[in-house]
Design a protein around this ligand. Structure first.
Ligand code: ZN
Length: 580
């Protein structure tokens, strides 16, 4: 009897101690329930404990992570705890549908299943808001916003900013989000994501963070080590050629795959207790990196190893493996257009003319507050096109555009249809060969509507076309382009990353108008050129279609055009006779 009482007391004491010292960890252990109604379990997830502690006592935190490692749950616990204390929380998710399902199926359901949370929701002091976007909770308030809707967060002064899956967000909008913290004494910043490519999204945070890597100790030789894919699991034997370190598994792949000590080669317990070793412990932003070797307690190693060997056959799959399983960004060639790439297309011999009377000039225009314009010539030598630059610049309206078109004897132009539809309509009214481009990611093939002068095209495919022209040195630029800072900034601000559906998309990190002008200019060039116009877009679209797991026949069947292809047919005849 006496013993039992003593134990009960000590457990309560321990809870009380935890409540005072690590409040978020206390909530996670003693109150929180997952969406499935289960208590959180840290036995095989010891790497999460320091993250909970850091959420309690560090202002700035970032986690570069593999998928399904429990970090999102930590953010859930943390933001509710801070709101209960009276803080204003800005919780950002990539898109509106992510936000809606996060709040409705995750947060709301969970609050209902945890008595303490339910109580805090009920006790909200103010005239209660409880919607998908706004929730009064305890003494505080939480605003859940989608990264693509700046209007939703621009008026909200926050104490804590949560970026959940930063790499999938609108980078331009969220670069302004930390300003929302300026009037707060707390200024808490938490960014978490499955990374994409280097120097983008969460990797930017990681690089300026303490860079904490999880280390465990080998029970045999006592060596502390990180759990690294290429050191502890597989062995590199050549370029893109790897071998499993587990000889038993190689003999019989139905076995579980081991993880091995870098020093003595003995098997390690991947879920053993460990510690984070920070490369830059004095930095303000604490950073953690998590991979599936130690971070995925539900996934057997053999499954991860099999996924790896499948992924080595294809760059996209390999990138996905790095990002989602290893939690590290990928350096894929061509994921960015660099200044160096553009400089490699310049030549001292070429001067852009003041005006142009020859043939083959095409124009691309991107409409924003002003219209960004690129005008190039199409010169085809032995079947290979080149695009010497005629003009780069900005005009204020459709009249300015018309003057440029006349000055350079432009044959075709493409302008983006959205968002300034009226400007585009006015421009089309005075320019007979101006096509309006619609980006549509479900546009399986580029579609040309001659009657309405509209092109519908996949955004990724159209921006890939710019990269292709640069890689193939098809652009001929004058030296002066090296001083065109705005142009260079716009061209290099986008990064080609994998989105949450495993498809490539270009995401801009700053203004990118000239990049789109160039893309539209190439569309116009391809409409004009005698080469198999739109061939690039078709091939690329086909590749993307394969990513979606549909056959070309299925696609053509859906469009209802089996012979000739809709675009090629549509475009024939444009070459003849249209003028401004
Ligand atoms: Zn060892």
């Amino acid at each position: 009897m006496a013993l039992a009482t003593q134990e009960t007391v000590s457990l309560e004491d321990r809870e009380e101690e935890l409540r005072r010292t690590n409040h978020k960890l206390y909530l996670a252990i003693c109150h929180h329930r997952s969406t499935r109604g289960k208590p959180l379990e840290f036995g095989k997830m010891k790497f999460l404990v320091p993250i909970y502690k850091a959420l309690d006592n560090k202002r700035e935190l970032c986690v570069q992570k593999s998928v399904q490692c429990g970090v999102s749950e930590a953010l859930v616990v943390s933001h509710l705890e801070e709101a209960a204390k009276g803080l204003a929380i800005l919780y950002v998710l990539p898109k509106t549908d992510n936000r809606n399902s996060f709040v409705q199926t995750r947060i709301n359901r969970m609050i209902k299943s945890v008595p303490l949370y339910e109580k805090l929701l009920q006790s909200a002091s103010v005239a209660k808001a409880d919607s998908v976007m706004l929730k009064h909770y305890g003494r505080g308030i939480i605003k859940y916003v989608a990264s693509n809707s700046w209007a939703d967060f621009k008026e909200f002064p926050a104490d804590a900013l949560y970026l959940d899956e930063k790499d999938q967000m609108d980078q331009v909008v969220i670069s302004m989000a930390p300003d929302r913290l300026q009037s707060s004494e707390h200024r808490l910043y938490r960014a978490v994501a499955n990374p994409t490519v280097e120097e983008f999204g969460i990797d930017v945070d990681w690089r300026e963070s303490t860079q904490g890597e999880w280390n465990i100790r080998c029970e045999s030789c006592r060596t502390w080590q990180t759990l690294d894919w290429f050191e502890n699991v597989v062995e590199t034997v050549g370029t893109n050629d790897f071998r499993s370190r587990d000889k038993e598994w190689v003999k019989d792949p139905t076995n579980e795959h081991g993880v091995f000590c870098v020093r003595c080669g003995k098997p390690l317990d991947r879920f053993a207790a460990g510690k984070y070793v920070h490369a830059h412990p004095n930095r303000k932003k604490v950073g953690f990196r998590i991979n599936q070797i130690f971070g995925a307690r539900h996934i057997p190693m053999s499954e991860i190893v099999e996924a790896f060997f499948r992924a080595t056959k294809n760059q996209t799959d390999l990138q996905l493996f790095y990002n989602s399983r290893l939690g590290i960004p990928f350096t894929a060639k061509g994921s960015k257009i660099t200044r160096g790439d553009i400089f490699s297309c310049t030549t001292a011999e070429y001067q852009a003319p003041d005006n142009f009377e020859g043939t083959g000039a095409v124009l691309g225009a991107d409409v924003g507050k002003v219209i960004h314009v690129a005008i190039r010539r199409v010169v085809t030598t032995k079947g290979n096109p080149n695009y010497p630059l005629l003009y780069l610049g900005k005009v204020r309206d459709e009249n300015g555009l018309l003057r440029l078109a006349r000055r350079f004897n432009v044959k075709f132009g493409v302008i983006d249809a959205l968002p300034e539809t009226r400007t585009v309509q006015r421009a089309q009214a005075i320019m007979s060969s101006l096509y309006a481009a619609y980006y549509n990611d479900s546009a399986r093939y580029p579609r040309l509507d001659k009657q309405n002068k509209a092109i519908t095209i996949d955004r990724t495919v159209s921006l890939d076309r710019v990269r292709e022209a640069i890689d193939a040195k098809q652009y001929i630029n004058p030296e002066a382009i090296k001083n065109a800072k705005e142009y260079l900034d716009h061209m290099s601000s986008s990064v080609r990353v994998l989105d949450d559906k495993g498809r490539f998309v270009w995401r801009e990190t700053g203004a990118d108008h000239y990049l789109h002008s160039e893309a539209y200019c190439l569309m116009a060039a391809d409409m004009l050129a005698s080469r198999n116009i739109f061939q690039f877009y078709e091939e690329e679209s086909e590749e993307r279609e394969e990513q979606r797991g549909k056959t070309r026949d299925e696609v053509l069947g859906e469009i209802g055009e089996r012979e000739g292809g809709p675009t090629r047919q549509g475009i024939t005849g444009i070459n003849a006779g249209d003028t401004w």
